[in-house]
Design a protein around this ligand. Structure first.
Ligand SMILES: O=C(O)CCC(=O)c1ccccc1C(=O)O
Ligand SMILES: [Mg+2]
Length: 373
């Protein structure tokens, strides 16, 4: 029987961090991340940490930095305060009275999972049921100014040891780019992520991409579509991977039943946290559908959570969970996340297994709100 956990205080640390390199997708250009580190503190004064993944604008899902703050403060935190739980699975049950807002939920739920693992003196990966000591990682590369620049960048990442590259594509930066990359790197594991840039009218173009022996093509069609993706998947031998379409366990059931994809991208933020992610993972395992861990340009806390979930056995492709140094001059955790030979080792320390780097937090923090009940 687990001892009850009673959350007494929640601190929302709002940070703004500059990305090392701007990240360009079909939708826009990202120079910085504006987000919250959520700190939950129990009656013994022990802290757990989570991170919101939303961006300032609702381009990826409907959530934004400010909606996560509103929903956490007004609805989610009051559901948790002073009403003890015995297991973090109960957090998502309690949050069911709030529709969607998965990024707000995932940040708080993640903080409680970290706290729970620390109380039980086990790494978060172990608390989740993970089985791997290290996970394979790749890099996501945004749209570049020119093809030579892209080829050079890929070269750099491959030399560092990354096992797979994911290239953002959009109309005007797609087949011709991928063809040249494939020519230059005949044996590299390459995937493309369209962030919903295409429709079924682009079938000829998508069939040309199908000839390039990609690992998968991520979210080629609309963010809320299952039927057209199923039609497209019947036409392509390259596996489709769904990202934006997947917010819940039910979405995964629908996608697999309809044949909308052959691979699922998992993001804790998008599915509302670890408990839902585990449910999705187990269903995918039963149905022999591979899963891999996507990224949201997270800082260290969110990254550590993603790495922990990726230790589950059905995570079968390298994640977008690259080293801290791919994104940040200084990360907010210590040690930072490091990659060796295409892998990140999972820490043995309790919880997320990284300390908070308070110097970095202080440097990047623009606001701090302490919520007591
Ligand atoms: O390196 C990363 O964190 C993933 C980069 C990435 O592709 C991405 C970043 C932000 C939002 C959505 C996506 C995506 O997977 O579509
Ligand atoms: Mg994606």
């Amino acid at each position: 029987m687990n001892a009850p956990i009673s959350i007494q205080t929640v601190i929302l640390h709002r940070l703004v961090m500059q990305l090392k390199h701007p990240f360009t997708t079909n939708i826009g250009d990202f120079q910085k991340k504006d987000f919250f580190i959520v700190e939950v503190i129990d009656s013994n004064g022990l802290s757990g940490y989570g991170e919101t993944a939303a961006f300032p604008s609702p381009w990826y899902t409907e959530e934004t930095t400010m909606t996560t703050q509103h929903v956490m403060e007004s609805f989610l935190i009051p559901l948790l305060m002073n009403k003890p739980i015995t297991h973090p699975d109960q957090v998502s049950q309690r949050f069911q009275v709030v529709r969607r807002n998965n990024m707000a939920k995932a940040a708080i739920e993640g903080a409680v999972w970290d706290l729970y693992a620390k109380i039980n003196d086990v790494p978060l990966a172990v608390a989740i049921g993970g089985t791997k000591q290290a996970v394979d990682v790749g890099v996501a590369i945004g749209v570049q100014a020119s093809i030579p620049e892209l080829l050079h960048l890929i070269d750099t990442y491959v030399a560092q040891g990354y096992k797979r590259v994911k290239l953002k594509i959009k109309p005007g930066w797609d087949v011709h780019v991928l063809k040249q990359v494939r020519q230059q790197f005949p044996n590299l594991a390459i995937m493309a992520d369209a962030n919903s840039a295409y429709t079924l009218k682009d079938i000829d173009l998508l069939k040309q991409i199908d000839d390039l022996d990609l690992l998968m093509i991520e979210q080629p069609l609309a963010h809320n579509d299952f039927l057209d993706h199923a039609t497209l998947q019947r036409e392509l031998s390259t596996p489709i991977c769904l990202d934006e379409s997947i917010h819940t366990f039910s979405d995964v059931r629908l996608a697999i039943e309809l044949g909308s994809c052959k691979i699922i991208s998992m993001k804790l933020a998008r599915v509302g946290g670890i408990t839902e992610a585990k449910k999705i993972h187990d269903y995918c395992q039963e149905h022999h559908v591979p899963v891999w861990c996507g990224g949201m340009l997270e800082a260290g806390v969110g990254r550590a959570h993603s790495l922990a979930i990726a230790t589950l056995p059905q995570f079968q492709f390298p994640g977008d969970t690259s080293a801290s140094s791919k994104y940040w001059e200084h990360d907010i955790i210590q040690p930072e996340v490091k990659m060796t030979d295409g892998q990140v080792r999972i820490p043995n320390q309790p919880g997320i297994g990284h300390d908070i780097n308070w110097d970095a937090i202080t440097r990047y923090r623009i606001d701090k709100k302490v919520i007591k009940n």
